[in-house]
Design a protein around this ligand. Structure first.
Ligand SMILES: C[S@@+](CC[C@H](N)C(=O)[O-])C[C@H]1O[C@@H](n2cnc3c(N)ncnc32)[C@H](O)[C@@H]1O
Length: 207
């Protein structure tokens, strides 16, 4: 492995679990990048959050979507988990007022070991992190169990591999859709956001 490949691996691992000073920087980059904000706001819009909803976000990173979710779920609750302590710190700071008001509950945990929240949830969101989960279908089945009938899940992906194109995004969308179906979600549909490469958001429901 040459130096460039090593550097790419280090940066990629920081996006998978930001740690230390480099993790702080990665969090700032995610928070400030206009394309990342656009992707997160678009995903929340598609999720269709209602004022009384109880929402769970997996892998919230610096907490951009959490901010938007709590702006919409004004009489509900927004919960979130991320396995990076640095991200929990940044997202908690970014959403400080809502956290103090008890409207946002952010915890350091992995999707593989979900903490107990007051379920059931009406909406679940994951932006650019399902590809990092172990046994994603098993994880989706667990999320399905935590959701209310009629609840909705949105899984978002913008492939970041070198040379990714619209075809890469389409393939990612098909894979997410088939995993959601295997986990028991119904009424699967998807939308795309025209970034480079495009972003796909796949929505499923609990019957
Ligand atoms: C690429 S970042 C995306 C962050 C955020 N969703 C956004 O779009 O700004 C992926 C995030 O998911 C978190 N993550 C990755 N795998 C996870 C897992 N198995 N359980 C919990 N969090 C995870 C990482 O710590 C990181 O904050």
């Amino acid at each position: 492995m040459d130096k460039k490949q090593k550097l790419v691996m280090v940066i990629r691992s920081q996006f998978m679990q930001p740690r230390g000073v480099a993790g702080w920087l990665v969090g700032w980059v995610m928070a400030l990048r206009s394309s990342n904000r656009e992707r997160n706001l678009w995903a929340v819009e598609l999720l269709g959050v209602e004022p009384t909803d109880r929402v769970l976000e997996i892998g919230f990173g610096p907490g951009i979507a959490i901010q938007e979710l709590s702006r919409r779920a004004t009489q509900g609750l927004v919960c979130g988990i991320d396995h990076s302590e640095v991200m929990v710190w940044q997202a908690s700071k970014r959403n400080r007022d809502a956290v103090y008001a008890g409207r946002v509950d952010l915890r350091c945990s992995s999707v593989e070991h979900l903490p107990a929240f007051e379920e059931p949830f009406d909406k679940v969101l994951a932006v650019n992190n399902m590809g990092m989960w172990r046994e994603p279908v098993e994880r989706l089945k667990e999320l399905h169990r935590l959701m209310r009938p009629g609840g909705r899940i949105a899984i978002v992906s913008q492939p970041r591999c070198p040379g990714a194109t619209a075809e890469t995004t389409a393939a990612a969308g098909h894979e997410i859709a088939s995993r959601l179906t295997e986990a028991g979600f119904t009424r699967i549909r998807s939308g795309t956001l025209a970034l480079k490469p495009p972003v796909v958001c796949v929505i499923g429901e609990v019957s």
